[in-house]
Write a protein that binds this ligand. Structure first.
Ligand code: TRP
Ligand code: SF4
Length: 491
C-alpha cells in the first residue's frame, strides 16, 4: 500500500495509522508523561505523532538548549490552520526554545509564481502580524528565505548531497519539475538545519511542528543532517551482541580524526575511519569526557548531569541494586555519554570547518476539517475562518457550519449527536475552549442526546467573535511593534 504524502497537493489523510507503519512516525501518547505541562493539542491528541521528540521533552525538563523551527509559504490568507502551527511555535518558545520562523518566499516564487514583493506583502500582512499577535516574542528570529544569507548558503551546500533520483522518490518530481522548485526544497531543509549553525550556538535538538503533509521535507532533512555531518555518533553492536557507541568519521580530514582521538580519552579504539568508545557500566570516565568540552556553559551543564547520575547510582547501589535500577542507571549513563560525545564531536567538527547536525525532531497534528464538512480549502471561503475575517462574518460561518447532529431534534434526543464528526465541536476542541473539563462535558452531553446543536453553535459563535475581535486588535498593536522584531527581509 502506498500512501504518498505530497506537500504540494493537499491530499486528505484519512488513515493515520498508516503513517506510523510506513513512515516510522511514533505515536505521541507514550510521551505525554515526560512533558512538563503539555500543550492543549498534546493533551487532546490533536498532536498524534512525532519523531525523536524525546530529546525535546528532555531539553525542556533539564533546561538544555533547544529550538523550534517552522516555515510558512506566503500563499494566501492566514487562517485557523496556520494558527495551530503558530500556537505550537509560541508554546515551545515559552518552554525555553529559541524560535525560528521562515517565510518561504522561495517556495512561493517557484511553486506559485509570486513576485518577491507580493511574497513580502502577504508574509507581513498575513502571517507575521498574526504570529506576533498570538504571542511570538522578539527574541525569536523571523526571516524571509530570500533575505537570509546563511539559509541560502546552506541550501547550496546541502544540494551536494541531494540528487534527482532522491527528489523524485520523495516528492515524485519529474523531468518537468523546474530547478527553482528543487532549490526551494533544499532551502526548506536549510531552514530546518539553520538553528544548529555555529552562529546560533551550534548543534542542538530542533523540533518542527507540522501537519503530516510536510513529512517528506522532514525525511529529506533528517537524511541530510547525517550526510552533512563530519562525524556520526552511532549505537552499534559487536559480534557477541554487546552494544557500543561509535563515532564514525567517514571522509573526515585525518587531522580532525587525530584531534578527536586526543579529546576522547579512555577506551577508545580507532580503526581506519571509525572511532569506537566501548561502553562499560563504570561512570568515572564520564567526567574525563566532559572535561574535553570547550564551551564553559556546556561543560558546566554536563558536569552537573554526571554528578547527578553518580549520586543516583551510588544511592541506588548496595545493599540491593535492583535490576530495573541497574538498567535505569545504565540507560542514563548511555544517553549522557552519547550527548557528551556529540558535544565534543561537534566542537571538533566546527574547528575543522565541518558540521555536526542532529536530525530534526517533529510533531504531527491532525488537520481540521472544513466547516462544511470535507476539506478546508482556500478556494471555498465558507470552508475556513481566516484570522482577518470580520468577527461578525466569522461568527456567521460558525453558525452555518456542518454539525454531527441529527436531522430532527427528536431524533437527536433519542440517538445523540456525533461530536467527532462535527466541525463546531472541532472548533471548540482546536481553538475555542481552554477548559478540558468543559469540552468533555459538551462531548458527553452531545453523545447522550441532552445537548442540541443550537447551543453549541451559539457558544462557538460567541467565542469565535471574541477571539477574532481580540486577535485583530492585537494585530494592529503588532503592526506598531514590528521594528522590535529584527525581521530579515530580502535586500
Ligand atoms: N513548505 C512549507 C509550507 O508549505 C513551508 C516551509 C518552509 C516550512 N520552510 C519550512 C515548514 C521549514 C516547516 C519547516 O507551508
Ligand atoms: Fe456538534 Fe454540539 Fe451538535 Fe454535538 S450537539 S453534534 S457537539 S454541535
Amino acid at each position: 500500500m502506498n500512501t504518498k504524502l505530497d506537500p504540494w497537493s493537499s491530499s486528505e489523510i484519512t488513515d493515520y495509522s498508516k503513517l506510523f507503519e510506513e513512515f516510522g512516525i511514533s505515536p505521541f501518547d507514550n510521551l505525554l508523561p515526560e512533558i512538563p505541562s503539555p500543550h492543549m493539542y498534546m493533551r487532546r491528541r490533536v498532536i498524534f505523532g512525532h519523531r525523536d521528540y524525546e530529546q525535546i521533552a528532555e531539553a525542556m525538563r533539564t533546561g538544555a538548549p533547544f529550538s523550534v523551527m517552522d516555515g510558512f509559504m506566503p500563499s494566501g490568507k492566514v487562517h485557523l490552520g496556520h494558527k495551530m502551527v503558530m500556537d505550537q511555535i509560541i508554546w515551545h518558545q515559552q518552554m525555553g526554545a529559541s524560535a525560528f520562523v521562515g517565510i518561504a518566499d522561495r517556495e512561493a516564487f517557484s511553486v506559485r509564481g509570486f513576485s518577491w514583493q507580493k511574497c513580502r506583502e502577504i508574509g507581513v500582512e498575513e502571517y507575521i502580524l498574526s504570529l506576533i499577535a498570538l504571542g511570538f516574542k522578539p527574541d525569536g528570529l523571523i526571516y524571509f528565505q530570500s533575505g537570509c544569507e546563511s539559509v541560502k548558503d546552506l541550501a547550496f551546500e546541502l544540494g551536494v548531497k541531494v540528487n534527482f533520483s532522491e527528489l523524485s522518490a520523495i516528492y515524485g518530481f519529474s523531468g518537468e519539475t523546474n530547478l527553482s522548485h528543487m532549490i526551494s526544497v533544499a532551502t526548506q531543509a536549510a531552514d530546518i538545519l539553520q538553528p544548529q549553525l555555529e552562529e546560533f550556538g551550534g548543534p542542538k535538538p530542533v523540533v518542527v511542528p507540522v501537519g503530516p503533509d510536510q513529512d517528506p521535507h522532514l525525511r529529506l532533512t533528517r537524511g541530510l543532517a547525517g550526510k552533512m555531518s563530519m562525524f556520526r555518533v552511532e549505537e552499534r553492536e559487536n559480534a557477541n551482541g554487546g552494544k557500543y557507541l561509535s563515532v564514525r568519521g567517514k571522509g573526515a580530514p585525518k587531522e580532525a580524526l587525530k584531534e578527536l582521538k586526543k579529546r576522547i580519552p579512555g577506551k577508545v579504539k580507532l580503526y581506519e575511519e571509525h572511532l569506537d568508545v566501548l561502553q562499560t557500566p563504570d561512570y568515572s570516565f564520564l567526567e574525563r569526557f566532559v572535561l574535553q568540552i570547550n564551551q564553559p556553559e556546556k561543560r558546566k551543564y554536563f558536569m552537573a548531569q554526571v554528578q547527578e547520575i553518580t549520586k543516583f547510582a551510588n544511592e541506588a547501589k548496595p545493599p540491593e541494586f535492583l535490576e530495573y535500577e541497574k538498567y535505569f542507571v545504565f540507560r542514563r549513563i548511555w544517553k549522557t555519554t552519547r550527548k557528551i560525545l556529540e558535544e565534543v564531536v561537534a566542537e571538533v567538527a566546527a574547528e575543522f570547518d565541518g558540521y555536526a547536525f542532529i536530525p530534526p525532531a517533529s510533531t504531527y497534528h491532525r488537520f481540521m476539517s472544513g466547516l462544511q464538512g470535507g476539506k478546508m480549502s482556500s478556494s471555498i471561503p465558507d470552508s475556513y475562518i481566516a484570522l482577518t475575517d470580520n468577527p461578525k462574518e466569522g461568527a456567521k460561518k460558525v453558525k452555518k457550519a456542518k454539525t454531527g447532529g441529527c436531522m430532527t431534534l427528536e431524533e437527536q434526543k433519542k440517538l445523540g449527536g456525533k461530536p467527532d464528526e462535527c466541525s463546531v465541536f472541532e472548533l471548540m476542541l482546536f481553538h475555542l475552549l481552554e477548559d478540558d473539563e468543559e469540552l468533555l462535558e459538551i462531548r458527553q452531553e452531545c453523545i447522550s442526546g441532552t445537548r442540541m446543536c443550537g447551543s453549541c453553535k451559539q457558544l462557538a459563535a460567541e467565542k469565535m467573535y471574541e477571539f477574532l475581535k481580540d486577535h485583530q486588535e492585537k494585530r494592529e498593536l503588532a503592526r506598531e511593534h514590528l521594528e522590535e522584531y529584527k525581521i530579515v527581509y530580502k535586500k
